[in-house]
Design a protein around this ligand. Structure first.
Ligand code: AMP
Length: 113
């Protein structure tokens, strides 16, 4: 299995999981860009947000539901946080298994770099 996030979903790589259910897993980013930096991924492989379709809209929407729950659990909901989906080279995507970044614990800049 070549996809690193599929390996994480299969339990084949050590990550710090903060939430999981039958459709999604949330774990801490290995190179955090904020005091709280969590990745939320679907268990089933989707290359990236450009693959969004009628067939997977429920699971992609579920990632946002998980993000809200994890943000509350992490204590960053009240202060605010940022959700990011990177697509392709210009979007800054480096792992080609769809993942929602949950970033919080500091003030974010805009526009993003
Ligand atoms: P992106 O650039 O949007 O594709 O984000 C990929 C993210 O995955 C980066 O923030 C990496 O730090 C993170 N990452 C890559 N490998 C791992 C890993 N084994 N465990 C946790 N996070 C990882």
């Amino acid at each position: 299995m070549a996809c690193i996030f599929c390996q994480i979903a299969a339990g084949e790589r050590p990550v710090h999981i903060v939430y999981e259910d039958d459709r999604a897993i949330a774990f801490r980013d290995i190179h955090p860009q904020a005091p709280t930096h969590i990745l939320i991924i679907p268990r089933d492989h989707i290359d990236g947000p450009a693959e969004a379709s009628a067939d997977n809209e429920a699971v992609i929407g579920h990632l946002a539901v998980v993000a809200a729950r994890v943000a509350a659990d992490e204590g960053i909901a009240a202060g605010g946080y940022r959700l990011v989906l990177n697509q392709g080279r210009n979007g800054g995507q480096s792992v080609f298994h769809l993942h929602l970044h949950l970033l919080g614990g500091r003030r974010m800049g805009w526009p993003p770099g």
